[in-house]
Design a protein around this ligand. Sequence first.
Ligand code: SF4
Length: 293
Amino acid sequence: MLPVTVTEYEAKSILTPTGGFLTGFSHTLNPYVGCSLGRSLCGMACYAAEMRFASREAAPWGQSLMVKLNAASLYRRDYARVRRKGEWLSIFMSSVTDPYVPQERRYRITRGILEAMVELPPDTVVIQTHTPNVLWDIEMLSRLHERCRLTIQISIETDQEALPGFPRHAYSVSARLDALRALTKAGLNTVGVVSPMLPLAEPTSFAERLGAVASSVILDHYLIGDGSLNGSRTRRRKAVRDLTIPAMIAAADSDDWNTMEKFDQIVDTFRTVLGNERVGVSAEGFCAMAGGI
Ligand code: SF4
């Protein structure tokens, strides 16, 4: 793994009004800029990587992390501004980083924000992560759950611990399933997010495994979920060397997973196993499962 440059700074604001894919939420909240997991498998298909040019991060995706040291105090300030206007506050945390990058263990930026949220709760909040590190805060999350509608989403884009030709997962599939199980067992609302869906070895079994550990499941495919028409953003972006994600899927002898026919078939499989109510699809599913606006 390439080294990650970590920079500390004081951000100007922390609650950002949403748009596009996240219209079901009023604000996004990103404790960091960039993502230190960007060189792992999830980073190859990461939609956030496409947006980094709009941020202060100039380094290649996955090699830079900027730490918002003042995030918790900014939350308190921005919260007061939103509430003064009498507005609904529905937060997606996070849209362009992961709130549980390994560096969170040292900096505790996300932890500080959760403490501020317990004190000043939003109406709804979704914690979205690719890691089991969210368990570091399970007690604080239980306290927040008492104060607002909280959903914890863990992404697991495939049931395979290794995909031929792809980089390694930052965290194993089994560790992420275990984390969902622990959170659900603690009484929290959880979602297993299969996004962007990559080839599955055993779709029915994966649906059963996710159904056993999470409250609900969201399925998404780059063809409908990457924020561009027909997945053109994913089909254009070089993920590893000169290969795009669709080319890597095809090279793994799984070209049918590049089609909506295959995706629709998997949605049917999951709905057969889990029932319609527990399976959401793409943006609509994200909004419904999280209780957004
Ligand atoms: S953890 Fe999330 S933000 Fe970070 S590289 Fe993976 S998909 Fe992107």
